[in-house]
Design a protein around this ligand. Structure first.
Ligand SMILES: C[S@@+](CC[C@H](N)C(=O)[O-])C[C@H]1O[C@@H](n2cnc3c(N)ncnc32)[C@H](O)[C@@H]1O
Length: 477
């Protein structure tokens, strides 16, 4: 490789050298050049390559800078034929053990220029290529990707960059970066804080399976602000538990209420529900010379009368076990089992308060015209002992016959879906803001929609996948 003398104006530093020169290094270099009257520069030529109409420095950026400041017009250069990738590699290797390396720039270089690394090479390969141990590479690599969005990154040391980039969760990392900008933490505190934030992130990931709740809990934790950086891990875990419990209150459960109720750790202010009426069993009508008339609502509504009474006794007992003293119970039913249901409620220690009638403004027309059109349903209202909540809404609002249209075809996803406004009207009287409501036969979640409107907490249980999914779409949008 020949050495030639090149005009200093034709030489340019490269854009990716991560090496930084300290003031002390600058002074030392200046002294070396001055005491040797420039001989130092001739004995240590720059390493360059030709790029378009200039020479790009591969090695010697600091000599170039100091010589320029001292007024040199030419510099001795060794010209190589390396392509860009080879030049970058050599530049990093030569600078690695000299002076300081800016880890942010190095990380940018490693991750931007060496994209193929992620596909074809592992960190060990990348380390070997640049002369870094694999553990250094694994610390340096995330820096650019995780910290590039913070404008003030220049102010951080390599150690601080490594610690900040270790924090895997973006929201918690931002909190820590902001704290460091405002008032930097000492090295060991910073290191411990980064470890703690990763531990709490791992804890949240392990403990909270539902991604939606996980995000909400994390947002709530972050909203407490930089003060949480001073909490110890157990205090952070307590906050997470608290937020999780708060959020868990609103829950859609896919399962059988007989299994799920006993797993609940909440007591409810109200059970508001619309259980199977067992009308499918009766409604298979054999018609002489015509196709059977069948208003079957689904498998979930198939019981013999004895099975149905047994089923009703069991579900009421389960539901009452999670109803707070003074809590209210509201149950849709038909006339077929009305008196049985009232007896069962009384057997379970409830006090029947009234039977409301939902008068349907627009009942479904009768298909078989051999009886009156069915245009009402019953709603039993009971309480566990003396009712703790009853909001009187005015004489005209409190009639126990309530008129309301049925859910119009096309708007429903369930054959027996109940109108949200009707549910709201009753819920408003028997619960307060913030009360918890359980619907163990939730269908498409109409009770929860009403609760959302009235700011009540809720837990919905539904066993049929089809309705559970409709409910999820309705409530989690
Ligand atoms: C009358 S529907 C409720 C409709 C609901 N009110 C609405 O507006 O969408 C009764 C629901 O209870 C569900 N169900 C029946 N037995 C159940 C059980 N053991 N556990 C949970 N859900 C059950 C049925 O799948 C059905 O969707």
């Amino acid at each position: 490789m020949s050495v030639i003398e090149v005009s200093i104006d034709q030489i340019e530093p490269n854009a990716w050298n991560p090496n930084v020169m300290s003031d002390e290094e600058y002074e030392k270099l200046k002294t070396s050049i001055e005491v040797t009257e420039g001989r130092y520069l001739k004995d240590n030529p720059l390493l360059v390559r030709t790029v378009n109409d200039h020479y790009e420095i591969i090695d010697g950026e600091h000599r170039h800078k100091v010589a320029g400041d001292l007024g040199y017009k030419t510099l001795w250069c060794r010209v190589s034929e390396l392509d860009e990738e080879e030049a970058i590699e050599l530049c990093v290797i030569l600078n690695k053990d000299r002076g300081a390396i800016n880890y942010f720039k190095l990380s940018k270089l490693l991750s931007t220029f060496y994209k193929p690394y992620s596909k074809a090479l592992n960190q060990e390969h990348l380390g070997l290529r640049f002369g870094y141990a694999q553990n250094s590479i694994s610390q340096i690599i995330p820096i650019f990707e995780r910290l590039q969005m913070y404008l003030y990154i220049d102010t951080f040391s390599n150690f601080q960059l490594v610690q900040l980039a270790r924090v895997s969760n973006e929201a918690l990392r931002t909190l820590l970066v902001e704290k460091m900008v405002e008032k930097p933490l000492a090295s060991t505190t910073l290191q411990k804080t980064a470890t703690k934030l990763n531990s709490i992130t791992k804890y949240i990931e392990e403990e909270i399976a539902d991604e939606r709740i996980r995000t909400i809990v994390l947002d709530k934790l972050v909203s407490l602000g930089p003060s949480i950086l001073g909490y110890d891990l157990s205090a952070l875990k307590n906050e997470v538990k608290k937020f999780f419990n708060e959020e868990q209150k609103k829950r859609i459960i896919h399962g059988d209420m007989f299994d799920e109720i006993e797993k609940l750790d909440t007591m409810f202010d109200c059970i508001f529900t619309d259980p199977p009426y067992n009308i499918s069993y009766e409604n298979l009508v054999k018609l002489e010379g015509r196709k059977d008339f069948d208003s079957d609502k689904g498998e979930w509504d198939h019981f013999t009368p004895e099975e149905y009474l047994e089923f009703t006794r069991n579900w009421v007992k389960n539901a009452v076990s999670v109803l707070k003293p003074g809590g209210s119970m509201v149950i849709f039913t038909s006339d077929n089992y009305l008196s049985h249901l009232i007896d069962i409620l009384i057997d379970n220690g409830l006090k029947k308060r009234t039977t409301l009638i939902w008068k349907k403004d627009n009942p479904a027309p009768a298909t078989v015209q051999t009886n009156f059109v069915s245009s009402y349903e019953f709603i039993i209202y009971a309480s566990k002992g003396q009712q703790k909540t009853f909001n009187w809404l005015g004489q005209n609002e409190m009639h126990n016959v309530i008129s309301s249209p049925v859910v119009s075809a096309g708007n429903y996803g369930h054959p027996t879906q109940k109108p949200v406004k009707l549910i709201e009207k009753i819920l408003k009287s028997v619960t307060d803001v913030g009360d918890m409501v359980l619907d163990p036969f939730a269908g498409t979640g109409s009770t929860a929609v009403a609760c959302e409107e009235l700011v009540r907490g809720w837990v919905m249980i539904e066993k049929e996948e089809e309705y559970y999914e409709i409910m999820q779409r309705r409530l989690l949008k």
